[in-house]
Design a protein around this ligand. Structure first.
Ligand SMILES: [Zn+2]
Length: 109
Protein backbone atom coordinates (compact mmCIF):
# COMPACT_ATOMS: atom_id res chain seq x y z
CA UNK A 1 0.00 0.00 0.00
CA UNK A 2 0.99 3.52 -0.82
CA UNK A 3 2.11 5.39 2.32
CA UNK A 4 0.96 8.97 2.54
CA UNK A 5 3.35 11.45 4.08
CA UNK A 6 3.22 15.14 4.80
CA UNK A 7 5.95 17.65 5.56
CA UNK A 8 7.30 18.57 8.96
CA UNK A 9 9.50 21.57 9.60
CA UNK A 10 12.84 20.59 11.14
CA UNK A 11 13.17 23.99 12.79
CA UNK A 12 9.85 24.37 14.58
CA UNK A 13 8.09 21.05 14.14
CA UNK A 14 5.08 22.47 12.31
CA UNK A 15 3.22 19.98 10.14
CA UNK A 16 2.88 21.07 6.52
CA UNK A 17 1.20 19.95 3.35
CA UNK A 18 2.81 17.13 1.36
CA UNK A 19 4.32 19.50 -1.21
CA UNK A 20 5.42 22.25 1.15
CA UNK A 21 8.95 23.49 0.57
CA UNK A 22 8.78 26.41 3.00
CA UNK A 23 7.42 26.29 6.53
CA UNK A 24 4.29 28.39 6.87
CA UNK A 25 5.10 29.11 10.51
CA UNK A 26 8.79 30.04 10.57
CA UNK A 27 9.73 30.18 6.86
CA UNK A 28 12.24 27.42 7.42
CA UNK A 29 13.20 25.40 4.37
CA UNK A 30 14.44 22.21 6.06
CA UNK A 31 11.39 20.01 5.62
CA UNK A 32 11.31 16.35 6.62
CA UNK A 33 8.67 13.75 5.84
CA UNK A 34 6.16 12.76 8.48
CA UNK A 35 3.57 10.00 8.33
CA UNK A 36 -0.06 11.05 7.99
CA UNK A 37 -3.24 9.15 8.69
CA UNK A 38 -4.40 10.30 5.25
CA UNK A 39 -7.72 11.26 6.77
CA UNK A 40 -9.20 14.71 6.40
CA UNK A 41 -12.22 16.88 5.82
CA UNK A 42 -13.11 18.77 2.68
CA UNK A 43 -12.92 22.53 3.23
CA UNK A 44 -14.03 23.61 -0.23
CA UNK A 45 -14.08 22.18 -3.70
CA UNK A 46 -14.65 22.94 -7.33
CA UNK A 47 -15.90 20.63 -10.05
CA UNK A 48 -13.94 20.73 -13.28
CA UNK A 49 -16.27 19.81 -16.13
CA UNK A 50 -13.83 19.98 -19.03
CA UNK A 51 -10.26 18.98 -18.59
CA UNK A 52 -7.68 21.22 -20.26
CA UNK A 53 -5.31 18.29 -20.10
CA UNK A 54 -6.01 15.18 -22.14
CA UNK A 55 -4.34 12.91 -19.59
CA UNK A 56 -7.13 13.79 -17.17
CA UNK A 57 -9.97 13.14 -19.61
CA UNK A 58 -10.80 9.84 -17.98
CA UNK A 59 -11.58 11.66 -14.77
CA UNK A 60 -13.76 14.43 -16.26
CA UNK A 61 -15.75 15.77 -14.59
CA UNK A 62 -13.59 15.64 -11.55
CA UNK A 63 -13.41 17.48 -8.30
CA UNK A 64 -10.45 19.38 -6.92
CA UNK A 65 -10.81 20.06 -3.23
CA UNK A 66 -8.94 21.67 -0.41
CA UNK A 67 -8.66 19.02 2.27
CA UNK A 68 -7.87 19.82 5.89
CA UNK A 69 -5.90 16.83 7.08
CA UNK A 70 -6.54 15.58 10.58
CA UNK A 71 -2.94 16.48 11.39
CA UNK A 72 -3.70 20.11 10.54
CA UNK A 73 -2.21 21.00 7.15
CA UNK A 74 -4.44 21.95 4.24
CA UNK A 75 -3.72 20.58 0.81
CA UNK A 76 -5.16 20.23 -2.66
CA UNK A 77 -6.56 16.84 -3.61
CA UNK A 78 -8.52 15.10 -6.32
CA UNK A 79 -11.80 13.71 -5.07
CA UNK A 80 -13.23 10.60 -6.63
CA UNK A 81 -16.94 10.81 -7.31
CA UNK A 82 -19.29 13.70 -6.74
CA UNK A 83 -19.23 15.73 -3.57
CA UNK A 84 -22.78 16.15 -2.26
CA UNK A 85 -24.21 19.62 -2.15
CA UNK A 86 -24.94 19.66 1.50
CA UNK A 87 -23.73 21.30 4.62
CA UNK A 88 -21.60 19.52 7.10
CA UNK A 89 -18.30 17.81 6.97
CA UNK A 90 -17.37 15.53 4.14
CA UNK A 91 -14.75 13.08 5.31
CA UNK A 92 -12.19 11.77 2.86
CA UNK A 93 -9.09 9.68 3.00
CA UNK A 94 -6.02 9.28 0.86
CA UNK A 95 -6.25 6.63 -1.81
CA UNK A 96 -3.28 6.90 -4.15
CA UNK A 97 -1.06 9.03 -6.27
CA UNK A 98 -1.85 8.73 -9.96
CA UNK A 99 1.03 9.17 -12.41
CA UNK A 100 0.65 12.38 -14.39
CA UNK A 101 -1.78 13.93 -11.97
CA UNK A 102 -0.56 16.79 -9.82
CA UNK A 103 -2.60 16.04 -6.73
CA UNK A 104 -3.14 12.87 -4.71
CA UNK A 105 -6.47 11.12 -5.07
CA UNK A 106 -8.75 11.08 -2.05
CA UNK A 107 -11.98 9.10 -1.75
CA UNK A 108 -14.95 9.68 0.46
CA UNK A 109 -15.10 7.72 3.68
ZN1 LIG B 1 8.95 25.96 10.89
Amino acid sequence: MDVFTIGRCDACGALLGPDASVCSSCRGTEISRAPSSGNGTIVSWTVVEVSPDRTCADLTPYTIAIVALDEGPWMYAWIEGAVPERRGKVRVHYDRMTPGHPYPLFVRQ
